[in-house]
Write a protein that binds this ligand. Structure first.
Ligand SMILES: Cc1cc2nc3c(=O)[nH]c(=O)nc-3n(C[C@H](O)[C@H](O)[C@H](O)COP(=O)(O)O)c2cc1C
Length: 370
């Protein structure tokens, strides 16, 4: 496997491994219920009149490949030896569960094609529903043909374009993005000409209703709201700056804006009425939060850091095979919970959770009035 020169990692490779380490062991979330899940109460049906085994979790996504459950792992990594191991392992997890797997940003691969193998997972998981990943700025600068080549190189089934202006404004180092102009045009071009479904995602700061509306007008059919409540990339980048002893204006702003953005539950609720499939992500780590997201109108639930932590803990304890098994078990537990909570609504198909009554209280109710 080609992975650049392992003895002299590039600044981008160091950043990728920093991200993995900080997400595994660092303090990169916020305390309390920032996703506002406790402001959603589901309504128990004591007379469901069905068998648990009658419940169908099959979900349509962006290709003919139906998902076995409304769950996916969203984009995380690539570009280093450790990232390659994670991609390889989590791809096998997702293939086994019949759910999509997102690669991390392929920017590093566009800058150094020798790193392509760290993203190539189809040889380990040939039936996987694989999602490529690139930042909106890189897509704008590369153009549609080069983006298509990046997708082709890893044989992906869809492309996720990430929007992360807050994180980039905090990120230390010279390759942080400061110019986010011209984004909507490239999204429109990609939707029209890429010949692959395009998912537009945030990275933990959430998509507002206005942004979802603009994306829908540009022809985007899939959005991943990735709201506040889970991994805070603003906090993470501030911490990296502090670790690098750069107590800069960026680091200070990052600490100030650690919870900048739209809580995940609010983002899901506000996106649901638009003609897009909604992926709910940002701090979803259990079946109850996942089911609440589905009741609020999500089509699919996405997870990143919670799955990575299970995988890396198990990897460190007993190696790669154990990490795959442990992560399958952890996600399977969430899937079982979604199945049970669907049954506790008295409906046979998980997609019918969307139309169920719920009680919205507290701050989430304030967001609903927007
Ligand atoms: C280690 C790690 C690396 C990530 N890298 C990317 C990335 O390259 N591209 C992207 O779109 N999102 C990236 N994300 C963001 C996730 O896809 C997700 O939107 C965000 O972390 C919120 O989900 P979570 O709270 O479940 O972690 C990364 C997440 C993690 C944990």
């Amino acid at each position: 496997m080609t992975q650049g020169n392992p003895s002299t990692p590039s600044p981008s490779q160091i950043r990728k491994d920093d991200h993995i380490e900080l997400c595994h062991r660092g303090n990169v979330t916020l305390s309390g219920d920032r996703g506002l899940w406790s402001d959603v109460s589901l309504i128990h049906n004591a007379l469901p009149e069905l068998k648990l085994s009658d419940i169908s979790l099959e979900t349509e996504a962006w290709s003919a490949l139906k998902l076995k459950a409304p769950l996916m792992l969203t984009g995380m990594t690539g570009g280093t030896e450790k990232a390659a191991m994670i991609n390889r392992g989590l791809a096998q997890v997702c293939e086994a569960l019949g759910i999509p797997f997102g690669l991390g940003s392929q920017r590093i691969m566009s800058q150094d094609p020798s790193l392509t193998d760290t993203f190539k997972v189809k040889e380990f998981a040939p039936k996987l529903n694989l999602v490529s990943n690139l930042g909106i700025n890189q897509a704008r600068d590369l153009g549609v043909d080069a983006v298509r080549a990046l997708c082709d190189a890893v044989e992906s089934d869809a492309l996720a374009i990430h929007l992360n202006p807050a994180m980039e404004f905090i990120q230390p180092g010279s390759d942080a993005d400061r110019d986010f102009s011209g984004g909507i045009n490239i999204l429109h071009d990609l939707v029209e000409t890429l010949e692959r479904p395009v998912i537009v995602k945030e990275c933990g700061c959430g998509l507002s209703e206005k942004v979802v509306s603009r994306l829908a007008n540009a022809g985007v059919k899939f959005v991943d709201v990735s709201g506040v409540g889970g991994t805070s990339w603003v906090k993470l980048e501030a911490q990296r700056a502090l670790n690098m002893k750069e107590y800069s204006r960026e680091a200070r702003l990052g600490l100030l804006l650690a919870d900048w953005g739209i809580p995940t539950a609010a983002a899901v609720m506000l996106a649901a009425p638009y003609p897009v499939k909604v992926i709910a992500s940002g701090g979803i780590s259990n079946a109850l939060e996942a089911s609440k997201a589905l009741v609020l109108g999500a089509d699919i639930v996405g997870m990143a850091r919670p799955a990575l932590q299970v995988f890396l803990d198990a990897y460190e304890a007993q190696g790669e095979d154990h990490a795959i098994t442990a992560t399958i078990e952890a996600l399977d537990e969430i899937i079982y919970g979604i199945r049970a909570i669907t049954a506790l609504h008295g409906v046979k198909h998980v997609r019918h959770l969307k139309h169920q009554e719920k009680v919205i209280s507290g701050r989430l109710r304030d967001w609903a009035k927007l």
